[in-house]
Ligand binder design. Structure first.
Ligand code: SF4
Ligand code: SF4
Length: 286
């Protein structure tokens, strides 16, 4: 099973939910992998302290032009939909950052002047936490604009026999869509503020467009009627867990203490969240 933990923006408690859900499941005896797919700024490791045992580079193929063979016909730059090639009277310029590695330019080049070289764009690390939970994270190279090849490589490495709790990046961009796509369920983490509601609205639309069922966790929740609660009621979205806005919770999370380490009631709360997730998940749960 793949559970994507998403939020329309950063800072809503997405990592808090992913880490505590994964820990609660693993401790309950459900084999779990915590996957940090926030590849631009992964931080789940700070909360579960894994020992990394394997590192794998992720590469994309980018074109290189043999100027001896090239006759500047321009077919490659005309073909490239991403503007990654420019043909000048003197040479063909390749903009590596814009290239999506589709390989099409090499296919259309009539002179056979284009070959491909591999460029490292990031790393995937795997290991285990001290309590034996499997851990995976992706790391995008600094300055590298495209996270999706790393996300794709991570998804290919997921073990379908276990519960994979995937901490998505913030927002609803390509990398997050690529992460949520194909997941069995999406847990939307939000907070009861106008910004939280606006961004959750976008995230809910994204999950709907991808055909992934979703439910909601409200972080820093406050008592009484809120716009988030009304929105969820109007859209038939279940609020499966409410994490109250309290000094105690803020103190714990800001000092790096996992909620499930602070008391049995939090382990029960996250197991109960899983109890809501499993029937909703497209694969039917573990
Ligand atoms: S298609 Fe081939 S020959 Fe034509 S400009 Fe591009 S690299 Fe040169
Ligand atoms: S590999 Fe694809 S995206 Fe990259 S330069 Fe060639 S045509 Fe453009």
């Amino acid at each position: 099973m793949v559970i994507a933990v998403a939020a329309g923006k950063g800072g809503t408690g997405k990592t808090l939910v992913a880490v505590n859900l994964a820990l609660a499941l693993q401790r309950y005896g459900i084999e779990t992998t915590l996957v940090d797919a926030d590849v631009e700024e992964p931080n789940d490791h700070l909360f579960v302290k894994p020992a990394i045992s394997t590192r794998k580079e992720v590469t994309v193929a980018i074109p290189r032009v043999d100027e001896e063979l090239c006759d500047r016909c321009g077919e490659c730059s005309t073909f490239c939909a991403y503007g990654a090639l420019a043909t000048t009277p003197d040479r063909v310029i390749v903009f590596d950052d814009l290239c999506h590695g589709c390989g099409g330019c090499a296919l259309v080049c009539p002179a056979g002047a284009i070959s491909e070289v591999e460029r490292v764009i990031g790393t995937i690390e795997e290991g285990r936490t001290p309590e034996g939970m499997a851990f995976m994270r992706g790391l995008l190279e600094i300055g590298e604009p495209k996270a999706t090849p790393i996300i794709s490589a991570m998804k290919e490495s997921l073990d379908p026999a276990v519960v994979n709790v995937v901490d998505c990046g913030p927002g609803t961009g390509c990398a997050v869509m690529g992460t949520v796509h194909g997941s069995d369920v999406c847990v939307m983490v939000t907070e009861p503020t106008p910004f939280g509601l606006h961004d959750m609205d976008m995230a809910v639309r994204m999950a709907e467009a991808l055909g992934v069922p979703s439910l909601v966790v409200v972080n820093k929740d406050i008592p009484g009627d809120t716009e988030v609660k009304r929105f969820c009621a109007e859209h038939g979205l279940e609020i499966a867990l409410s994490i109250p806005f309290s000094l105690e919770t803020a103190r714990l999370t800001s000092s790096g203490v996992n909620l499930v380490d602070s008391g049995e009631e939090w382990s029960d709360a996250f197991l109960s969240l899983y109890g809501r997730i499993a029937p909703l998940a497209r694969s039917g749960g573990a």
